[in-house]
Ligand binder design. Structure first.
Ligand SMILES: C[S@@+](CC[C@H](N)C(=O)[O-])C[C@H]1O[C@@H](n2cnc3c(N)ncnc32)[C@H](O)[C@@H]1O
Length: 286
């Protein structure tokens, strides 16, 4: 059975990789994206990036991993870099890194995002999603339960002052949380860039987020402009990847030229599905 957020945080290190992967895959955010991730998902991409940097004897120190979910891929990247003699600090960000467990009734609590919106109901120890899958959801009865819980939470959260009550939680893998190489931040890649992130990074990776299935062309362009604005300038790297259903990684490594244009340095399999958007990005700064 999929773990609830309560069980996930209680268990600490005592859960299997599969339990952890199933837990994150079960969390759907309010913008429709899922926190799906897994151990060793990006290993071959990490090796491709490291080989490129070794060829040029580069040792980037300031790295960002956008849409990092549990942070396990960020940790594995930091470890792989360290093994290759690249001592980098990675800022792992996500739209929903910090969340809150709020008790509403005896035996009923909710996991809420930073806007106070439910991203998981917890009945006893059983996780129940907030999103409805359309009319067929009601044939098996789950739809009625989801709809009833959504209505209950809507009523109860304001009464309990839900944004302030409850326990703050960091939605990340425990080893990633404790790593000295990583730091974590909430981040919306579609929002205007916070000043402290601008022009700061030698390399940024965005894996399994900037997909055409998730975002339209305007949103993808805005995200790429924001990423460009966070890079240090000429010689900085952007890595965009999508893992297909068969587990294969398809990504592109881009480098910023002296004229502030992205150029392709290397590809993994078919490359990124948004190469055209990245290559035509001409934002001087978002
Ligand atoms: C499918 S997961 C990918 C996780 C990891 N990068 C990987 O490849 O395994 C996508 C992540 O992007 C995050 N996300 C969704 N919308 C976002 C946004 N607008 N800004 C930043 N992160 C976002 C989600 O919370 C989720 O954790």
């Amino acid at each position: 059975m999929i773990l609830s957020a309560r069980s996930f945080f209680r268990a600490g290190n005592a859960i299997t990789q599969k339990q952890e992967a199933d837990f994150f895959a079960s969390i759907r955010l309010r913008n429709g994206t899922f926190k799906t991730t897994d151990h060793h998902r990006l290993d071959d991409l990490n090796m491709l990036v490291i080989r490129e940097w070794q060829k040029l004897d580069l040792k980037p120190r300031e790295i960002m991993d956008v849409g990092a979910s549990s942070g396990i891929s960020s940790l594995e990247w930091a470890d792989a870099l360290a093994c290759a003699g690249i001592d980098a600090k990675i800022v792992a960000t996500d739209l929903c890194m910090h969340a809150r467990l709020v008790p509403l009734l005896p035996g009923y609590e909710v996991l809420v995002d930073r806007d106070g919106k439910v991203i998981q109901h917890i009945l006893g120890n059983r996780p129940v999603r907030w999103s409805l899958d359309g009319p067929r959801d009601f044939f098996g009865g789950t739809g009625f339960l989801v709809a009833a819980l959504n209505a209950s939470a809507r009523t109860l959260l304001p009464l309990t002052n839900g944004k302030r009550r409850g326990t703050d939680v960091l939605l990340v893998n425990p080893d990633a949380r404790d790593s000295g190489r990583l730091s974590f931040a909430d981040d919306d890649i579609l929002a205007p860039n916070p000043e402290h992130l601008r022009g700061r990074f030698n390399a940024i990776r965005v894996a399994n987020l900037l997909n055409r299935g998730y975002f339209d062309e305007t949103q993808l362009r805005r995200a790429v402009d924001n990423l460009k604005d966070r890079l240090m300038g000429a010689g900085s790297y952007l890595i965009v990847n999508r893992t297909h259903a068969d587990g294969s990684n398809n990504g592109t490594i881009f480098r910023l030229s002296e004229t502030n244009q992205f150029e392709i340095v290397a590809r993994m399999r078919d490359g990124s599905e948004i190469e055209d958007i990245v290559l035509s990005s001409d934002a001087a700064g978002a």
